[in-house]
Design a protein around this ligand. Structure first.
Ligand code: NAP
Length: 248
């Protein structure tokens, strides 16, 4: 256990399971106080909260596809913590389908949640970060946003959009000492990937030079680096964590 985030207050969206839960746990191990959000599964959020190191952590319901829900939750967090040090935009969904069968509503819902949701959360926290003249924002994007993928046109567009969104925010906020970066996971074992068939999983593994599936902690380590002062001169960057599957 290190102390690289000692005393920092960090917000993580979608911290109730999967990669988000691994990030929340790791940040608490590194000395941060963490406020994390869930959208539907309060029991999972409760379980994560019980597993954390140190105190001062809390969780709150937030649906990132709803502007009202985001603004209410952010207001609540800022009442408790008027100054925050970092935001991790992790919450995200998939609704996979081949283009010719993809319904417009499934395109909208993935882009609304992943891209628009990241915009809403980032915007809602930016004012207080600008006032404090500090902050690090980390978006969890995806290798698919860099390479594209058959059956994931909606998801790929949402993640590629987030990468470009982050670069624009990085440019706007650099003079206020706020950094904006992305972490792009490859194939990580979570509920999002559990639903894939063995056949699909094996086909993916064939494309991973390190020949193994990544773990939540691999993503959490990258996030911790981008939140910490160790990365104080890095902004607008996308850090690939993919076992060599794609190299920029
Ligand atoms: P997951 O296991 O499905 O967890 C998704 C998380 O997002 C949950 O905490 C969920 O909350 C939350 N969430 C879903 N919809 C939401 C909404 N509308 N508002 C707020 N929160 C919402 O997913 P994961 O695999 O950990 O993925 C986390 C992030 O990594 C996503 O952005 C994903 O695109 C990205 N990613 C994952 C992989 C992978 O291989 N797993 C690869 C590349 C990128 P509830 O539990 O309350 O529903």
């Amino acid at each position: 256990m290190g102390q690289s985030l000692q005393g920092k207050k960090i917000v993580v969206t979608g911290g109730s399971r999967g990669i988000g839960a691994a990030i929340v746990k790791h940040l608490s191990d590194e000395g941060a106080q963490v406020a994390f959000t869930y959208s539907s599964r309060e029991e999972s959020a409760q379980q994560v909260a019980h597993s954390l190191t140190g105190d001062g952590h809390f969780y709150i319901k937030m649906d990132i596809s709803s502007e009202n829900s985001v603004n209410e939750a952010v207001e609540h967090i800022l009442e408790k913590w008027p100054e925050i040090d970092g935001v991790v935009n992790n919450a995200g969904i998939t609704k996979d389908q081949l283009l010719i069968r993809m319904k417009a509503e499934d395109f909208d819902s993935v882009v609304n949640t992943n891209l628009r949701g990241t915009f809403l959360v980032t915007k809602a926290f930016t004012k207080s970060m600008m006032k404090a003249r500090k902050g690090s924002i980390v978006n969890i994007v995806s290798i698919i946003g860099e390479t594209g993928n058959a059956g994931q046109a909606n998801y790929a567009a949402s993640k590629a959009g987030t990468i470009a969104f982050a670069k624009s925010c990085a440019l706007e906020l650099a003079s206020r000492n706020i950094r904006v970066n992305n972490v792009a996971p490859g194939y990580i074992g979570t509920e999002m990937t559990e639903v894939l068939s063995e056949d699909v999983k094996n086909k993916i593994l064939e494309k991973v030079p390190m020949n193994k599936i990544g773990e939540g902690i691999d993503i959490a380590n990258a996030v911790r680096f981008l939140l910490s002062d160790d990365s104080k001169y890095i902004t607008g960057h996308t850090l690939d964590v993919n076992g060599g599957m794609h190299m920029n």
